[in-house]
Design a protein around this ligand. Structure first.
Ligand code: 5GP
Ligand code: ZN
Length: 113
């Protein structure tokens, strides 16, 4: 399996893992864009948001649920945070295993930054 995030799941590449259960893994982003920047990924390989199947819906819900859990656990849930999922080239996706970015600890602006 050539996928970088599958290699992290399989412990073939090290990562700073912050949460794991049967369905998802979360770890610190190697190039953080906020004081807290974590990636939450399904253990099932799904390349892009366009590849989600109906049988994957529970797993996708778990990504969001885990983001809120981690935000609460780390103490910035009430202050606020941002979750982002990028799709394909124009969406800024660089790793083709879907992932939710969880960013907290600073003020975000909209639509950029
Ligand atoms: P994307 O651009 O696909 O939405 O996000 C990919 C994210 O993966 C980027 O924020 C990037 O910093 C992060 N990333 C890329 N390679 C690695 C790695 O080897 N380890 C970790 N922890 N994060 C990575
Ligand atoms: Zn993968």
């Amino acid at each position: 399996m050539e996928c970088l995030f599958c290699k992290i799941i399989n412990r073939e590449i090290p990562a700073d893992i912050v949460f794991e259960d049967e369905y998802v893994l979360a770890f610190n982003d190697i190039n953080p864009q906020a004081p807290t920047h974590q990636l939450i990924i399904p253990k099932k390989h799904i390349a892009t948001l366009n590849d989600i199947q109906s049988e994957d819906l529970a797993i996708i819900g778990r990504l969001q649920y885990t983001a809120a859990y981690l935000a609460k656990q780390q103490g910035f849930a009430d202050d606020g945070y941002r979750v982002v999922m990028n799709c394909n080239e124009m969406g800024g996706q660089t790793v083709y295993h879907i992932h939710m970015h969880l960013m907290g600890g600073r003020q975000f602006t909209w639509p950029a930054g």
